[in-house]
Design a binder for this molecule. Sequence first.
Ligand code: NAG
Length: 132
Amino acid sequence: QVRGTLSESSLVEVKGRALPLCWKGKRPFRSVNDVKNQFKALSLKITHASSTSNLDIPPQNYLIVEEDGKTCLAIRDASSDPVMKELNFILIGAVTMQDLFVIYNNESKQLGWVRAQCDKAQELESVIDSRL
Ligand SMILES: *[C@@H]1O[C@H](CO)[C@@H](O)[C@H](O)[C@H]1NC(C)=O
């Protein structure tokens, strides 16, 4: 899916050191900000019981930049990891969780999330109140 969004881009697919799918630009990237505009948001469909929600993941929440200036897909295939395959679960990693505020409503057993600037935590109170 990520590859499909890159058809008009000048990025070249390469292998990374730790991650299998990376891209090289004409010049090395210094941060995700240098490259995020060439990628599109992904949408993760989460289904529980009869309800479905989408978790939209912008490029800065699924890409990392390696030391040598390549950018890599920071999403790994759980079926290629023996432990995760055995336990049959998906781990949404730290890069994807950045600036995502997750709310669990204990009474109705509902999970919610909202994009937030987590370095500005004071403003979150009104966000939470509006969602509960
Ligand atoms: C969450 O709900 C359970 C019952 O569904 C209750 O026993 C527990 O005390 C609640 N926890 C909090 C932190 O409110």
